[in-house]
Ligand binder design. Structure first.
Ligand SMILES: CC(C)(COP(=O)(O)OP(=O)(O)OC[C@H]1O[C@@H](n2cnc3c(N)ncnc32)[C@H](O)[C@@H]1OP(=O)(O)O)[C@@H](O)C(=O)NCCC(=O)NCCS
Length: 179
């Protein structure tokens, strides 16, 4: 199907009723993929608690609906906890199994970049699990992320060593606005 004919996902802020679906989407990647280095799927309550921490930091946590179903989610979180990193954030985006290649990931990440660009953050980092994660690498490159390096064999999951690919994109914050 041509991308112009595809139904457009509705992207909105996550709401309390979304977390069963969010936990289900994430658990698939925890259990079967190398995109995340978590190995035990977090509970719905844990996903709610993580959302609460992100919201408390003023960062966006978005979901995408397609045909009335929750098809993916994306959020920004602190890149590293030490204070001088406070203008740098990390993105995470997960699309439900069966909804791949429908434009959901692009819609979510585009909206996340736009929302974060309105805040005080200057740089967005993608920490992509597995150098073979062609989908995530291509999605980030399409949205202006540049390769910043590869950390070799830093994870061990599903019986193999796994790299992380680092990609980076500047956001739109004023150039001399640190606080
Ligand atoms: C990576 C991911 C978010 C992409 O989401 P998606 O909804 O399938 O992506 P989209 O349909 O919006 O595709 C946007 C672009 O990404 C690229 N892309 C997506 N999937 C791809 C794949 N399997 N192979 C190569 N390129 C791919 C393409 O450039 C695509 O544009 P095009 O369709 O016009 O060619 C999704 O595959 C996913 O959830 N993966 C597992 C979790 C993950 O790796 N998350 C990132 C952690 S940082």
């Amino acid at each position: 199907m041509d991308s112009h004919d595809r139904p457009r996902p509705l992207v909105r802020d996550a709401a309390p009723g979304d977390f069963d679906a969010i936990a289900r989407i994430y658990s698939h990647y925890v259990e079967h993929a190398l995109a995340t280095f978590e190995e035990i799927a977090p509970s719905v309550d844990e996903m709610r608690a993580r959302h609460a921490a992100i919201a408390a930091a003023g960062l966006p946590y978005l979901v995408a609906e397609l045909d009335g179903r929750l098809a993916g989610y994306a959020y920004a979180s602190a890149y590293r906890p030490r204070s001088a990193y406070r203008h740098t954030i990390e993105d995470s985006v997960y699309v439900a199994e069966g909804f791949g290649r429908c434009g959901i990931g692009r819609a979510l990440l585009t909206a996340l970049i736009e929302r974060c660009g309105r805040g005080p953050w200057r740089q967005m980092i993608a920490v992509i699990g597995n150098s073979g994660n062609a989908g995530s690498i291509a999605l980030h490159a399409q949205l202006g992320f540049e390769h910043a390096g590869v950390l070799r064999d830093v994870g061990f999951k599903h019986g193999r060593w796994v790299d992380t690919v680092l990609m980076q994109r500047a956001l739109n914050a004023a150039p001399h606005a640190p606080a």
